[in-house]
Design a protein around this ligand. Structure first.
Ligand SMILES: [Zn+2]
Length: 147
């Protein structure tokens, strides 16, 4: 079996998953994490819509949710706050409203986008940043417990 390294979509800590797994239980925060690539071609209205994989919202997709993905492509309608660990592509047919965070952004001419953006490699969680963060939190907790 091939192993894929992901970050939990809930707590951002690193997990190793079977490449073929559709979901996994996070061993850090015990949340069910979707790990399959998603193609969205319907109406979706939820609070949080997340996968530790690619997500593509097609022209038929209408999504009202906070979205989290490893890479995001939008061709349809999206309203909500977005975090993509790598790229965000907003195609010319897309209508997006909300805040965007990602390592990179491409916005095609013709696309509608209204909202805030925070783009750059340092804007998104990475295995290094979250592991360092977790180790620092653990060290701080130990120190606090020792006093
Ligand atoms: Zn987790």
């Amino acid at each position: 079996m091939a192993v894929r390294h992901i970050l939990c979509t809930q707590c951002d800590l690193p997990l190793d998953v079977d490449e073929t797994a559709k979901s996994v239980n996070c061993r850090h925060c015990n949340t069910r994490v979707i790990t399959e690539a998603m193609v969205v071609a319907e109406y979706v209205a939820v609070r949080r819509f997340a996968t530790a994989n690619r997500m593509r919202i097609t022209k038929k997709g209408i999504v009202y949710a906070s979205v989290r993905a490893d890479a995001l492509e939008v061709e349809g309608v999206l309203q909500g706050d977005v975090v993509s660990l790598t790229s965000i592509r907003i195609a010319k047919s897309a209508q997006v409203k909300g805040s965007l965070r990602g390592a990179s952004l491409s916005l095609e001419p013709g696309a509608t986008f209204v909202g805030d953006v925070a783009i750059g490699p340092e804007q998104v969680p990475t295995a290094e940043s979250t592991v360092d963060g977790a180790l620092a939190r653990e060290a701080a907790a130990r120190e606090a417990a020792g006093r």
